[in-house]
Design a binder for this molecule. Sequence first.
Ligand code: HEC
Length: 126
Amino acid sequence: MKKAMVCVAAMLFLAACNSSVPAPKASVVFSEPLPETEGELLYLDMKCPTCHGHQGSGDGFFSGGLQPKSVDFSSAEIMGPIPDAQLKDAIRNGKGGVMPGYAQFTDHQVTELVRYIRSLAHPPSN
Ligand code: HEC
């Protein structure tokens, strides 16, 4: 019985596919590249660039008034010596009274954010 219902559902689905609904356009053009990793998606979604900038260089549109300023994530020289634990702690608990803490992130999300931040350094520091 269950099998028959699945079969009917599949047939209806196929019938719908064959109907005259126009196929989606083959190429959709986005004005910016899509996020490629979970870390990048979180970085954008949580608005980290407002302060840290899209390239991580600390030039987000809020950055002018920030005191202290953020380190430059795009510099391998600066980021290299900073341990993951320090970056994770800043993300979880905030830093310097300016960087907000994001206690809601899972360990996995914090790890992915750190991985993404490190990928911004030139040459990459991970
Ligand atoms: C309101 C502005 C603001 C926002 C939004 C913000 N940050 Fe920050 N962040 C800062 C500032 C300023 C510092 C430097 C604080 C200090 O050095 O005392 C900082 C520090 C950090 C550090 C620590 C760097 C170090 O020196 O150890 C990390 C990692 C970080 N931010 C990641 C993020 C991520 C990821 C997000 C988004 C989820 C984010 N920040 C959102 C302002 C911000």
